[in-house]
Design a protein around this ligand. Sequence first.
Ligand SMILES: NC(=O)CC[C@H](N)C(=O)O
Length: 225
Amino acid sequence: MTVAVVQFGGSNCDRDAVRALSHLGVDAERVWHEDGLPSDVDGVILPGGFSYGDYLRAGAMAARSPIMDDVRATAEAGTPVLGVCNGAQIGCESALTPGAFTTNASARFQCEPVHLRVENAETPWTAAYDEGDVIEVPIAHGEGRFEISESKYDDLVADDRILFRYCDSAGNITDNANPNGSRGNVAGITGESDHVAVLMPHPERATLPDLGRGTDGQGVLSAFA
Ligand SMILES: NC(=O)CC[C@H](N)C(=O)O
């Protein structure tokens, strides 16, 4: 499988994603957004970073790059697409996934390990875990507060499209364990189809054992293996 890691001006987690995928035995290559998506890719990652300096809204400008038409088309054809952090913001801004990531409740950039509870283990991104598992993965964002209308949130819950919620180390979903004030402690969701997903925490930063951040993120990226 070859995964395209799409690089925009200001992306900065593209190399990390390639390294993490390589560690899992997955071929990955960085693709500059102006070059368009190669037609034969088997997966796409929209990586983290500060595309276009987070001007306007994080992800808003990258979402308007023509490559996002290619990403949408390949997603509609069934190719797995994952947006991580800034990539998650781009995913929502592109309507690959519903809702929006807005300024953290703290109004500060937060970089810290968090606990996540696996809500639905029957997706490619969570099949390596069991429902209810608690994993530890870092966050690093200023605009990670997931917001969505009440009715669309209810739809996400009803359709089992919430992948992970922020929790404490015992798996309790509490306000104290919600690092950014996200609705329902949501940390990651799927699109209309399970093979499209966005999440604010960084699984690629918890994949390489040498980084000392644990390897709990491997399960997410193993969707591409
Ligand atoms: N690590 C990231 O991708 C950061 C995302 C975005 N720049 C933010 O601060 O919210």
